[in-house]
Design a protein around this ligand. Sequence first.
Ligand SMILES: *Cc1c(COP(=O)(O)O)cnc(C)c1O
Length: 410
Amino acid sequence: MTKKSFTTQALNIPFPKDDPHRALQMPIYESVAFDFETAEDIAANFRGELPAHVYSRTGNPTVEYFENKIKALTNSHMVLAVSSGMAAISSTIFNLCVSGDNIITSKYLFGHTYALFNQNLPALGIETRFADFNNTEELESMIDENTRLIYFETVTNPQLEIPNIEALAAVAKKYNLILIADSTLTPPNIFNSKENGVDIEIMSTTKFISGGATAVGGVIIDNGTYNWKHNKSLAPFVDKMGTNTFYGRLKKNIFRQFGGNMTAHSAYFQILGLDILELRVEKCVDNCMKLGAYLQSNKKIKVVNYPALANSAYNANSVKYFGNKPGAIMTFDLESEAACFKFMNKLQIIRRATNLNDNKTLIIHPYSTIYVEFSEEKRSEMGIRPTMMRLSVGIEGVNDLIGDIEQALA
Ligand SMILES: *Cc1c(COP(=O)(O)O)cnc(C)c1O
C-alpha cells in the first residue's frame, strides 16, 4: 500500500484502548489517579509487570494518545510529552549531562534556551560552548572527552539561519556525540529529523502544533538512533534497558522527580492542533511566499528575509531539509525604528504580539522587546537591527494581509 498522507495518518492513529462509547475524538481524562481491580494488580504495576495509568504526573491516557500520535507521525522510537518547550529542553539536558560535562551549541538560540544554557547549566557545573555552526573546524576544536552533545535549532529566530545539518550530523557521528535538534519552527510534516541524523528531537508544541496558540506544551522525541553506551550518565543502565535507556531514565528519574508533566486538557488541544497541522503549515508557507514577493517589490521595504526566497543565503538548505517550506517566520526592515513603530501602530489585521505560529499573523520589533535587555553591541552581533520587524505569518487570506501592510505603509 502507498504511504498515507500526513493528515490521513494524523486522523487515524488508534486510541491506546477502545473507547466504551466509540468516541471519535480522544476524551479528556482529567483524573489524577486510576483504580486497580485487585491488590495483586497494583503490586504488579509497581514491580513494572503490568502497564497501566496510576497517577497523572507520571502518565495520563489523553497525554499518552498525543505521544502516540507524535511517535507515529515522526516514525520515532519513543516520545514523552511535557509541560512546555522549555521543560522538554531542560529535561533532555538533565537526562544526559551531569556536573563536569559540556555541551556545544550555536550562539543564535531561542532567548530562554540561551538563558538556560548560559546561566542555569553553568551554575550546576555543566559548561556550554557557543560555536559558529558555519565553521565546522572551530566546532570540532571545541570537542573534548567531556562533551556530551551538539544542540541546534533547525531555523534560528529571528536571524532565520538554517545550519548545515548534514555537517553537524557528521561531526556528531565522528565523536559519538548526541545530536539534538529543536525543530519547533519546522514541525514533522516538513522536517524529518531521523532521516537527517538527529538523535533527539525537541519541539515546543505551544507554537505550530497547538494551533491557534491554545496551550503551552512540549515533546521529547527519541529517534532510537544513538547507542547510549557512549553517554556517561546513561551507560550504567544500558545492559538492563537497551534501546529504551534514554526514555526509561527520562521517565523514571528526571520527568517523575522534576514534575514537568503535560495536563490532559493541554494534550487535548495539542491533539486537535496536530490533526490539522499540515493544512495550517501549507497555508502559512503559501502566505509567506506571496507576502515575500509583495514585500520585495515594495520600494519602502529595505530588507526581506525568508529562507524560501531565492535571494536568501540559506535557500539551498531550505530546499534540502524542508522542501523549501522553512516555517512561517520572516523579517523585513523599514528605514528607522520610528518608521517601524509608526507602521506597527497602523496595522489593523496583523496583531502586535510575541508568540510564533499562531493562526493569526503577529508582528514584533525584536530590538525593543525580546532583546531589550541585551547591550547595543550584543544585539548588533546577533543581527538584531533597530530597523527590523519579525512577522509570524498566519492563515488569513493573503490579500487581506497585503492590504493591511499597504494601508499601514501609506
Ligand atoms: C517557544 C520556543 C521554545 C520554548 O517553548 P515554550 O513552550 O514556550 O516553553 C523553545 N524553542 C523555540 C525555537 C521556541 O520558539
